[in-house]
Design a protein around this ligand. Structure first.
Ligand code: FAD
Length: 966
């Protein structure tokens, strides 16, 4: 090797000599003589003589001038020399490649030069990238043979390279990873953890790229045309220019490759990790045995840039704040999943003032609450959010479009166009016997408790079903099932995935399934739950009865249909996680009658467009497709952004006014929800007046809010006791029973809640009773505050109301004085409002429960001596509601119970607030948060429902003890 690397300088010298035309021999003699003197050799005198003789010859004078000139050029243009050297060096390397095999010394030196990460090394990469395949193979054979000691991953690489062999990314071994939440697939960067340098890793990535065939028809980007002319098979939904990306990387231009990819996809660090590449870009790779690791390359680029420079992912270009510039009208983006984020990113980049309205207190959609950290670190979502903020994008969390405000209200607030990226977050269940039992929950609920609410961490409040050492089964075969199973495994569960087809039909990413199996998760294929069996009293699941299935004819999806064989299998279970996919959340649809939806509830778009049936309202992602993929959602967000950024029909001053209005609205949404007043109502019962202007504006009687009191707290539902739209305040009454409510009651005036979302649930259905019937409210304890606004509405409508308000004892009573809420209502509606108080201990009013006076009323109604009871509304402790319901049933009086159930998201996404009801003799699953909170109490299956309140009793006791409340 060295002889060839030396060659260029000599070649350069002789070339220069010829060009200058002086006498080469004289110069050579002069040069040798100089060396003799310089090196103090014994011919020094002879040399001096020779120099004196030659120094004034024409040739030597010319040579000296030439050297001076070169020195000057060296100072002014060092690259010239480098380039000359490099060109010659490459020629020498090319010569080596003509030999049968590359020898060990050459290979090592070549690799060393490539590692230098200078111009020469980039050139070497370019050289190798451009040589014919047979030479590339020679190179791979050489590194396999000569460098395998330092790089064990090179061993055997040449067998089947490039089509059937490659260096895979670094995956943490199963025994190391199966108990923690750290990243499993660490990509090529993971090799740094084994002691390889950044540049070495870069070369590993480059070796992967070197396999590329540089196909002309770009299947990885465009997909393959289908015979029927339908959407191409495979390819990239956001049309990343994959061939160019690979080409740039092949030539060692990693930075340029990153720039290129960023243009098409602001989320490469995310999509590179979660895309189902095996059916998209890699699925149509012409290396069909072992496709190029395009996904890995996609996320390697941003991640390596991030490592080199923490700010690299953020555009350092100073974006003029689009709100301050006010040159384009504001856009509202609903939902912060990949569809919403990419839409907000692209529109912000185009200079639009954008506000993202998100239902949760955290951003990222499924990327945050669904996909666990061991697959997708949350910091990557934070990076994207940060980028959007840097471009002026704003975020309003705890804002539920369709509840906090309608689409129309957003437009009235100044937003010109709206993009709906609300996902498909309504979990599906099987509706089989026993599914209501404790210990059975949706994957959404389970994953949200862990990923979003960090329930598995000591210092977080959200309870989590016990998993350690428990038999956990996960029903389903998609990504959600894999995530749930692997999460349960990490929490110490003995986990099995139950799937009704076979492994080949599983829709999960192949990698996730493979990792799950490596982590000792059992696969029970051709099994489908038929029934869940549990202990009668506590209603905790103990067994699952599974149908044994076989595969029949293909169904509409092309997969063979699973058919029950008639055989069954019973297995012990402690926890069942249902991962059967998601249906569409009805909240936006129900609030927008003009929004056209499909029979599955997905929002429809016009042909070839992302626009919905409502002008200037666009959609995409799961909201439109049903459960799909992150990259498809991102592709839709991108397409919608292009459409939204169309012709602007406003004058400059109109735009300024829209921007000012939308900005004010956004600020209202972002305003801290501060406690303005704290009123002690009774022992352990506190009323809070909280600044929350947007909820106050939309609140209706019967609705509730979802409260996150502090960052590590849990999400709890609290019914609205009152609100004042003008003051922008809401009233919440909290009785300190559990640890969260006790902690809330310790909060003070001036404190902020971490987040309050709402108003949630359906408002009370109010009916005008024309014949003097009375509407009876039975309120138990702090059931009184939620009853208050509903009965006030009835009174305002002119209905007669009877309030039966029960307390344990007189000391716990509140709002009863003449200058307090109930007293004031009595004064305002003396003819319409009757109030009866009961106390369990007889210390005030009637001795006993609310059922006592209610029964009397029902009896006198029956006897024809008292008022007709139009309906009964019962709110309070579940046992009281049940007693009221049981009492009214024989009288045929409509009875409504307002259920304050266990909830997580309170918007239908988790399914935790399940209420088993019976309709036409069949058990149907209702959800208190979207079907309620008020439900017909006579159809509620109270035997099945009440035990749900005991689900987390143990965890609750532990939390109390932790806070010193027990
Ligand atoms: P989402 O990500 O669902 O985001 C919607 C957002 O809108 C949420 O933040 C939600 O809170 C908010 N929202 C809802 N309603 C309202 C409202 N009324 N007002 C305001 N905000 C609202 N796909 C892959 O490609 N690869 C995977 O590996 C993968 N794994 C998955 C694992 C799990 C557990 C799940 C559940 C899904 C997975 N998917 C995967 C699917 C993928 O995550 C989704 O297709 C994608 O997130 C859809 O993006 P989106 O932006 O349409 O909606």
């Amino acid at each position: 090797m060295s002889q060839h690397i030396d060659n260029p300088s000599r070649a350069q010298e002789s070339e220069s000599s010829r060009e200058c035309g002086y006498q080469h021999v004289d110069v050579e003699r002069y040069y040798q003589a100089s060396l003799e003197i310089e090196n103090n050799r014994h011919h020094i005198e002879d040399a001096r003589e020779e120099i004196t003789e030659l120094q004034h010859t024409e040739a030597v004078e010319l040579f000296k001038k030439q050297v001076a000139l070169l020195q000057k050029r060296l100072v002014n243009d060092p690259k010239f020399f480098q380039q000359t050297f490099i060109t010659e060096g490459i020629n020498a390397i090319a010569w080596e490649f003509q030999q049968d095999e590359l020898n060990a010394e050459f290979t090592r030196t070549l690799w060393q030069l490539m590692l230098k990460n200078d111009d020469m090394s980039t050139l070497l990469l370019r050289f190798l990238w451009n040589i014919p395949l047979k030479f590339k193979r020679k190179f791979i054979r050489a590194i396999d043979t000569h460098l395998r000691k330092r790089y064990p991953m090179f061993e055997g690489l040449s067998n089947g390279w490039p089509g059937a062999n490659n260096i895979p990314p670094y995956i943490r071994p199963p025994h190391e990873r199966a108990d923690d939440f750290d990243l499993v697939n660490q990509g090529y960067m993971g090799y740094m953890g084994l002691g390889y340098s950044f540049r070495e890793v870069e070369l590993l990535v480059w070796l992967e790229v070197l396999r590329d065939k540089q196909c002309d028809d770009r299947p990885c980007e465009l997909g393959l045309p289908k015979m029927d002319g339908g959407e191409n098979e495979g390819g990239c939904p956001v049309k990343i220019h994959i061939p160019e990306m690979i080409h740039l990387m092949g030539e060692g231009k990693f930075k340029q490759a990153f720039q290129l990819i960023k243009e098409a996809n602001p989320l490469p660090n995310v999509t590179g990790r979660v895309c189902p590449q095996e059916i998209q870009c890699q699925g149509v790779c012409t290396h069909n045995e072992r496709p190029i690791e395009i996904g890995q390359l996609e996320w390697y680029l941003p991640q390596s840039e991030k490592l080199l420079n923490a700010q690299a992912n953020f555009d350092i270009r100073d974006f003029a704040n689009p709100w301050a510039k006010a040159e384009k009208p504001p856009i509202a983006v609903v939902g912060s999943g990949p569809a919403g984020l990419i839409n907000a990113y692209l529109l912000s980049k185009e200079g639009y003032p954008v506000t993202v309205f998100e239902a949760f207190h955290e951003l990222g959609g499924v990327l945050r609450y669904g996909i666990p950290e061991f697959r997708l670190p949350n910091e990557l979502i934070d990076d994207v959010v940060m980028k959007i903020k840097q471009m002026g994008g704003k975020f309003v969390t705890n804002f539920i479009v369709g509840k906090t405000a309608t689409l129309d209200a957003l437009k009235r607030a100044g937003f010109w166009k709206v993009f709906i990226g609300t996902g498909a977050g309504l979990p599906r269940f099987m509706n089989i016997p026993g599914e209501h039992m404790n210990g059975i929950l949706s994957a959404n609920e389970f994953l949200t408790r862990v990923n979003l609410m960090k329930a598995h961490k000591e210092d977080y409040e959200t309870p989590l079903p016990e998993t350690r050492g428990k038999h956990v089964i996960v029903i389903g075969g998609g990504n959600t099932a894999m995530d749930a199973a692997r999460t349960a495994r990490r929490l110490g569960g003995k986990v099995s995935i139950v799937y009704r087809r076979t492994q080949d039909e599983m829709p999960a990413r192949v990698e996730e399934l493979h990792h799950a199996l490596e982590e000792d998760i059992e696969l029970k294929v051709l099994r489908s739950p038929r029934e869940f069996i549990g202990s009668d009293k506590k209603q905790f699941v103990t067994h699952a009865l599974l149908d044994v299935m076989e595969l029949g004819e293909p169904d509409a999806s092309g997969r063979r249909r699973p058919v029950a064989t008639g055989e069954t299998e019973e297995i012990p279970v402690d926890l069942v996680i249902m991962a059967l996919g998601n249906a569409s959340n009805p909240i936006v649809k129900d609030a927008e009658p003009g929004l056209k939806t499909s029979k599955w509830g997905t929002i429809e778009v016009k042909a070839g467009s992302q626009e919905t049936s409502i002008d200037d309202v666009y959609t995409g992602g799961d909201a439109n497709r049903g459960g799909s993929t992150a990259i498809k959602a991102a592709g839709d967000g991108q397409a919608a952004a292009r459409e939204i950024a169309g012709n602007i029909p406003f004058t400059e001053s109109e735009i300024k006014s829209l921007v000012a209005s939308a900005e004010r609205y956004t600020e209202k949404g972002q305003a801290p929800q501060k406690i303005l007043q704290k009123i002690g109502l009774a022992e352990g019962i506190v009323e809070f007046v909280v600044y929350s202007p947007l909820i106050a504006k939309s609140a209706r009687a019967g609705q509730f809010v979802r409260v996150l009191a502090w960052d590590k707290g849990e999400l709890i539902p609290l019914t609205l006791a009152d609100w004042d739209a003008e003051q922008g305040t809401i009233d919440l009454v909290v009785q300190g029973l559990g640890s969260s409510s006790m902690m809330i009651n310790r909060m003070s005036e001036g404190d902020d809640f971490a987040g309050i979302a709402g108003p949630l649930g359906l408002p009370s259905q109010l009916h005008r009773y024309d014949n003097g019937e009375t509407v009876v409210f039975t309120a138990g304890g702090v059931g009184l505050p939620p009853v208050y606004p509903i009965m006030r509405e009835h009174l305002r409508m002119g209905n007669h109301v009877t309030l039966i308000s029960g307390f344990r004892t007189k000391d716990l009573m509140f709002w009863a004085e003449p200058d307090q809420r109930i007293g004031l209502l009595q004064a305002e509606y003396p003819d319409l409002l009757d109030v009866i108080y009961t106390t369990n201990d007889g210390s005030f009013g009637i001795n006993g429960f609310v059922t006592g006076p209610l029964e009397e009323m029902l009896e006198s109604m029956k006897a024809g001596t008292g008022r007709t009871v139009g309906e009964v509304v019962t709110i309070g402790p579940p046992l009281m509601m049940r007693a009221v319901s049981d009492l009214t049933r024989p009288y045929g009086v409509k009875t409504v119970a307002s259920l304050n159930s266990i909830m997580v998201d309170a918007t239908g996404m988790c399914g935790a607030c399940m209420v088993p009801v019976t309709i036409d003799g069949k058990m149907v699953r209702k959800h208190a948060c979207i079907d309620g909170p008020e439900l017909d109490s006579h159809i509620i299956d109270w035997d099945k429902f009440l035990p749900r309140f005991l689900q987390f009793r143990k965890q609750e006791d532990e939390n109390k003890a932790r806070h010193g409340f027990s």
